[in-house]
Design a protein around this ligand. Structure first.
Ligand code: UD1
Length: 480
């Protein structure tokens, strides 16, 4: 097993090549994760097709496995069998391994009458509280106990009861937890102020295939008539509009011509609108979206991220990278997450001229970015750095590939098929503790403390896989 930062990888990227050709986006990460978690609600087998091959899906499989669910690959999909789930909670390590661990709360509470987990981890892009998740569960009758980082949700023998719930902000995750918990509650739930993302529609479609009665998903008002039990089903995950958008931007930034096959333009309207303003020619057909980039992108006056159908915060980093090369000054205001301009300091190393003013990035486009050693510190920011490196002069390295692996299915392989030159390679780091042993014959106090802390962690049923071990052992680095 690989621990403690050893075994990390980076990309070596040769810039200056146009990205073009034809590609199809993988299944959406943001649909696959809540749908896999929702299968915990079902005392039957479900075949989930089109799950992307990303490390977040691996983590979710691990979480489901840790409470007795079985998952195997079958017919090109994931067959989830949650008939025999146990009574245990989600361990601290697994809860903290990703934000989406919180999606298990609604399904487990509805199915077993209790759910136990720790505060979830996730990309370091903001404080990301879970108060809205807990308040919808509480509105459905759950008792919530929070002891430091541990969260215990329980409901009496009568089970959850439908309610009228109004969300003060359209949180995607809280809407998804509400759908799962209310699907099997007694009576009717009306959820007002719901998030409207296509991935929520996909979750509702999956639950309805299993026998749930959910209407209105995709609008601000979702109605759920509780049913006593759900049955197994077969479901194909909707395609990933964020991954698709990232490929479109790769072409847009490199003067390329790309066809995004099977993409649903209606789900990407705000991004396509901005791309047109930036000078790209966009042609939408039944088969997909075609983008022809100008020699140089034009600046865009103001982009504000917003809940769907607004401009997605998950495309903000990639768009910041693109506008760093545009002809003129652009402004991007981030309204969803308070700490999502992490890549700006990396882009500046390449020669980008970007100032941060409160919630906004003011981007003075420059003609050329120069290849540099770069470090990704979150998923979308990491993808944005790869795009910048593709568009830059010379060679770049992008460390922190584990962030990109969380949400992009074989990213470099697929970009290479579109003309990119990217190589994945190990980062050679000398293990500091080994070095210390060799030089001084003793370890630093901080290392001894760290080791003591690790010994005190509760024993795990399973040994964590290497990618999670890396994450758990370096929480300060933001690797999740
Ligand atoms: C989901 C997506 C993520 C995307 C985000 C916004 C998944 C797996 N992840 O994340 O990629 O960037 O939507 O489109 O689907 N908030 C609270 N309290 C809560 C919950 C959220 O204050 O209980 C706040 C958050 O801090 C944030 C905002 O609401 O500022 C949006 O969060 P939310 O919509 O819940 O995003 P996620 O579901 O975490």
């Amino acid at each position: 097993m690989v621990c403690g930062g050893v075994g990390l990888e980076q990309y070596k990227i040769k810039g200056g090549r146009r990205i073009g050709g034809s590609i199809k986006a993988a299944g959406a990460k943001n649909a696959a994760l809540p749908i896999l978690a929702a299968s915990l609600l079902i005392e039957d087998e479900c075949l989930i097709e089109g799950c992307p091959a990303i490390s977040d899906v691996e983590k979710m499989k691990y979480i489901i496995g840790s409470i007795g669910g079985r998952i195997r690959e079958e017919d090109g999909g994931l067959l989830v069998d949650a008939r025999q789930i146990g009574d245990n909670g989600i361990s601290r390590e697994l809860s903290e391994s990703m934000r989406s661990s919180v999606f298990t709360a609604g399904p487990l509470l509805a199915r077993r009458g209790h759910a136990e987990l720790y505060r979830p981890g996730g990309c370091k892009i903001g404080t990301r509280p879970i108060d809205l998740h807990l308040s919808v569960l509480s509105a459905l009758g759950a008792e919530i106990l929070c002891e430091k980082e541990r969260i215990v949700c329980t409901v009496g023998k009568g089970g959850l009861t439908g309610a009228e719930i109004s969300l003060p902000f359209p949180s995607v995750g809280a809407t998804e937890n509400a759908l799962c918990a209310a699907a099997c509650a007694h009576g009717r739930t009306v959820l007002m102020g719901a998030a409207r993302e296509p991935e929520i529609v996909d979750l509702a479609r999956f639950l309805n295939r299993c026998g749930a009665q959910i209407s209105g998903a995709g609008s601000e008002k979702i109605e759920i008539e509780g049913v006593t039990a759900l049955h197994g089903s077969r479901h194909r995950i909707v395609s990933d509009r964020i991954e698709g958008g990232t490929f479109l931007l790769a072409a847009a930034m490199t003067g390329g011509h790309l066809f995004l096959a099977d993409a649903d333009a209606a789900q990407m309207e705000s991004l396509l609108f901005v791309l047109k303003q930036a000078g790209c020619r966009i042609t939408v057909s039944e088969d997909g979206i075609e983008l022809a980039a100008p020699e140089r992108l034009h600046s865009v006056e103001l982009i504000k991220t917003a809940p769907y159908p607004g401009f997605p915060t998950d495309m903000q980093s990639q768009m910041t990278a693109a506008l760093a090369l545009a002809d003129g000054t652009s402004q991007i205001e981030e309204t969803i997450f308070e700490n999502r301009f992490g890549i700006v300091k990396e882009l500046r190393k390449m020669g980008a001229q970007i100032e941060i003013c409160g919630k906004s990035a003011i981007i003075n486009g420059t003609e050329v970015l120069k290849g540099k050693p770069l470090t990704a510190s979150d998923l979308r920011g990491g993808a944005a750095l790869v795009l910048s490196a593709l568009a830059a002069e010379g060679e770049s390295t992008v460390a922190g590939v584990e962030h990109i692996d969380r949400g992009y299915d074989r990213f470099e392989e697929r970009l290479c098929l579109l003309g990119a030159r990217i190589e994945r390679m190990p980062i050679e780091i000398e293990n500091p503790s080994e070095k210390d042993w060799r030089q001084n014959g003793r370890r630093k106090d901080s290392e001894k403390k760290e080791e003591k802390k690790k010994k005190e962690l509760p024993a795990q049923d399973h040994c964590l896989p290497a990618f999670m071990c890396t994450a758990v052992s370096s929480p300060e680095s933001g690797i999740f």
